[in-house]
Design a protein around this ligand. Structure first.
Ligand SMILES: *Cc1c(COP(=O)(O)O)cnc(C)c1O
Length: 350
């Protein structure tokens, strides 16, 4: 609170990430595996001669080229950001006048409404029946509220639900507004809208290196869109938003495709095992949602008690409302510990 802040800023609740004091961090959907020693050696070599006295490349050519190569994109479509968070904020400034309407869905990533609130736009938050998003709901909701932009995560954070590419294509064909697909977790799911960027001039796809690429600490994300839209974002971003260390370190990491594939397979295997174990518990009132991402969402009246028991064991997960828990997929040993605690906890409650 400050008498100098804009009224709408004073009214906004602050985003409060957990302080990282837990042994086992399963709350932020980070990748449990850091870049391996070979990759770390490449990063160290790239950083050794970093020209720290100079401003970084404002157009981040090498990073964008690497990402465009790996994803099969035209570099003119790729806009780099200091994490996706920066790009989400930029989208609001670049494309929404104050009072214009942003459509979001609930539950979804809370930062959309946050940045729209900072900008002062009108946010319409539409509930998803059964937590499912489909083309009809997208089209109908956007028309009903006269949205200038609609944004959603796919796969969805926190539920892990997936909107198939053909559903998205159908919505894009019918809608006139900007459609932003936040694919922070799409590397785990393989239904990306990136191939649609060339066909639809109202599509913006958001990607991050924080999850599947194991680089949350580096702060690097991308917006991918038709060149005219991409140029708007390039124009409004601050010129040196990617620091020189990030630019140098990112290139070998982005190009390490084979390692990434193996990493994604390992995490998917662990996720599928964890999901099956949770489903096998068959506890009364426990709902476990299938996930296309690197986390599992569940609901139970016992969520507060389970959360407390996990915390006592040094494990932090993410609470949603009174009944929801979102658990990031960590290493197999970590997930075995989580299953044990949930199993024991639910038995004690019944
Ligand atoms: C993690 C996450 C982001 C933020 O990514 P950064 O690049 O680390 O800022 C964006 N969107 C969703 C849905 C996320 O879960």
């Amino acid at each position: 609170m400050s008498r100098f802040a804009c009224g709408r800023i004073n009214a906004l609740p602050a985003y409060e990430p957990n302080p990282a004091i837990f042994d086992c961090k399963l709350d932020a959907n980070e990748n449990p595996y850091p870049p391996d020693s070979d990759l770390r050696a490449l990063i160290a070599a790239a950083l050794a001669d970093a020209p720290l006295n100079r401003y970084p490349d404002p157009l981040a050519h090498e990073v964008r080229r690497a990402y465009a190569d790996v994803m099969g994109l035209d570099m003119a479509c790729v806009v780099p950001g200091n994490g996706l968070d920066e790009l989400i904020s930029l989208l609001m400034s670049a494309f929404l006048e104050p009072q214009e309407c942003l459509l979001t869905f609930s539950p979804d990533f809370s930062m959309y409404a946050f940045y729209a609130g900072v900008r002062g736009c009108r946010v319409v938050e539409k509930a998803k029946p059964g937590y499912r998003l489909d083309a009809d709901l997208l089209i109908r909701s956007a028309r009903d509220c006269g949205a200038k932009m609609v944004i959603f995560s796919n796969p969805c954070n926190p539920t892990g639900g997936l909107l198939p590419q053909r559903e998205l294509a159908r919505a894009l064909g019918e809608l006139d507004c900007l459609v932003v697909a936040d694919e922070a977790y799409m590397d785990f799911a393989g239904e990306s809208a990136l191939p649609l960027v060339g066909q639809y001039d109202n599509l913006i796809v958001l990607r991050t290196c924080s999850k599947a690429f194991s680089l949350a600490g580096l702060r690097l994300g991308f917006a991918v869109a038709a060149p005219e839209l991409a140029a708007v974002l390039m124009k409004v971003k601050s010129p040196y938003n990617l620091n020189v260390l990030t630019q140098l370190a990112a290139v070998p990491c982005i190009r390490a495709e084979q390692k990434r594939r193996e990493n994604l397979q390992e995490i998917s295997r662990t996720r599928d095992w964890f999901y099956r174990e949770l489903c096998a518990l068959e506890a009364d009132g426990l709902t476990v949602y299938p996930s296309a991402a690197n986390f599992i969402y569940l609901e139970t009246d016992g969520a507060p008690a389970l959360d407390a028991q996990l915390q006592r064991a040094g494990i932090i997960v993410r609470r949603f409302g009174a009944r929801g828990l979102r658990i990031t997929i960590g290493r197999p040993d970590e997930m075995r510990a989580v299953v044990q605690i949930i199993k024991t906890g639910l038995e004690q409650m019944s």
